[in-house]
Design a protein around this ligand. Structure first.
Ligand code: SF4
Ligand SMILES: [Zn+2]
Length: 334
C-alpha cells in the first residue's frame, strides 16, 4: 500500500476513536523579535481541522484530534477573544489553528478580517499565522496586509527542502516548488515567512535527520525565509509515527541532535533560528538520558529567545558520548 493509503487508514480509525470536542489554548512565552527578547503570546484556535489531515495527513501529526467537527465561526472568534484576554500585553502574537489560517473552510474570510481588526487594537508588533502553501495567494495576503497595522508573518511547515523525504517519509503533500511559489507571493506583498523544519521524520536515521535538518535550514535561509523554527518530532496519538513507536521502530530525536542542528545552522545563517520542542524530556518527545533533559531544554529555550549561541555551546552530560556512539552505529534505542 502507498504511504498515503497507510496514513489514511490510521487516520480514519483514529478519527472515530479520538476526536472528541475542540478546545483552544493560549499562553505567554519568550521569543526573539527585531533583535531582542520579547514577550510573545500564543493562541491555538480549534477549528474543523486541517483539510490535509482529514484526507490522510502527515505521518507525525495528530493535531486533527484536537479539532471539532461542529465549531462555528462565531465560536472561533470567541476563542480568539478569550485567548487575547488570557495572554495580556505582548509584542509578538502567534495565532495557530493546527491547520491553515488562510483556508476559508477553517477560518472564514469574515472571521479573518475581524481578527485583523482586533489585532490592530492590541498594539502588537507582529502577527504570525500558519498555513499550508496552497492557501497562500496574493489576494489573501493583500486582504490581510491592507487591514493589519503590525507586520504579518506566515509560518509554513516546509519540514525539509528535500522533496523525497517530504513525500516519502512525511506524506506532506506539497513540493519545494509549491513552497517557493508561496514564499515569493509573501515576499512580493511584504509578508515575512517563517519556515518550520522537522527534526527526524520517520524512516531515516538520527544521523541522516541531523544532516537533512542542517541542510534544509541553510537552504531555506538562502531562499529568503525570514525565520527558521525547528520542530523535533514528538510521538502524537493516532499517527503513523505512533505505530512505528509502539513497534520499537521509531525513537524521537535526542536533544543532543536538536542542539547540534540549531548550533550548526545558526553558525551559517543570519536570520533567527528558534526551537520550542513539544513534549521534550519525555519518551514521546525529544529526549536525552533523563538527568540532563530539563537543563538542555532550558538552554535551547534561552538560545531561541536570545539567539546567543553561548547557551548551547558548553552543554555536557555523560550521555553525550552514548549519543555520539549511536549516531556512528545508527542504532535505535529500543
Ligand atoms: S503537519 Fe500541518 S499540514 Fe500536516 S497534517 Fe498536521 S496540520 Fe496538516
Ligand atoms: Zn544526559
Amino acid at each position: 500500500m502507498q504511504l498515503e493509503g497507510v496514513v489514511r487508514k490510521i487516520r480514519r480509525r483514529a478519527l472515530e476513536e479520538l476526536r472528541a470536542h475542540g478546545s483552544f489554548a493560549a499562553w505567554r512565552e519568550k521569543d526573539f523579535l527585531h533583535g531582542e527578547e520579547v514577550n510573545a503570546g500564543v493562541i491555538v484556535l480549534s477549528t474543523r481541522g486541517c483539510a490535509w489531515a482529514l484526507r490522510a495527513g502527515c505521518t507525525m501529526c495528530g493535531y486533527i484530534y484536537d479539532s471539532s467537527r461542529s465549531v462555528s465561526q462565531a465560536e472561533v472568534l470567541q476563542q480568539f477573544k478569550e485567548g487575547v484576554a488570557k495572554i495580556g500585553d505582548v509584542a509578538y502574537l502567534k495565532v495557530f489553528n493546527s491547520g491553515s489560517f488562510f483556508d476559508s473552510g477553517e477560518i472564514a474570510r469574515e472571521t479573518r478580517q475581524e481578527i485583523y481588526r482586533l489585532v490592530n487594537s492590541l498594539g502588537v508588533k507582529r502577527l504570525q499565522v500558519e498555513t499550508r502553501p496552497e492557501y497562500i495567494t496574493r489576494e489573501v495576503l493583500e486582504e490581510a496586509i491592507s487591514v493589519l497595522e503590525p507586520e504579518l508573518e506566515v509560518g509554513i511547515g516546509l519540514e525539509t527542502t528535500n522533496d523525497y523525504i517530504r513525500e516519502v517519509c512525511i506524506n506532506k503533500g506539497f513540493t519545494l516548488a509549491e513552497f517557493t511559489r508561496a514564499l515569493n507571493a509573501c515576499k512580493s506583498t511584504g509578508a515575512k515567512v517563517k519556515a518550520y523544519l522537522l527534526i527526524k521524520p520517520p524512516f531515516i536515521t538520527e544521523a541522516e535527520a541531523i544532516e537533512d535538518a542542517v541542510r534544509s535550514g541553510i537552504e531555506a535561509s538562502r531562499m529568503g525565509v525570514e525565520r527558521l523554527s525547528f520542530n523535533p518530532v514528538n510521538v502524537q496519538r493516532g499517527t503513523l509515527v505512533e505505530e512505528l513507536f509502539y513497534k520499537r521502530e521509531y525513537r524521537p530525536p535526542w536533544l543532543w541532535s536538536v542542539v547540534e542542528v540549531i548550533k550548526r545552522v545558526k553558525e551559517r545563517v543570519s536570520i533567527p533560528v528558534v526551537c520550542s520542542p513539544s513534549g521534550a524530556g519525555t519518551k514521546r518527545g525529544a529526549h536525552n538520558c533523563g538527568k540532563c533533559d530539563s537543563r538542555v531544554l532550558a538552554a535551547i529555550r534561552r538560545f531561541s529567545s536570545t539567539q546567543e549561541l553561548r547557551y548551547i555551546e558548553e552543554l555536557t552530560c555523560t550521555c553525550k558520548q552514548r549519543w555520539k556512539e549511536e549516531l556512528n552505529l545508527e542504532v535505535f534505542e529500543r
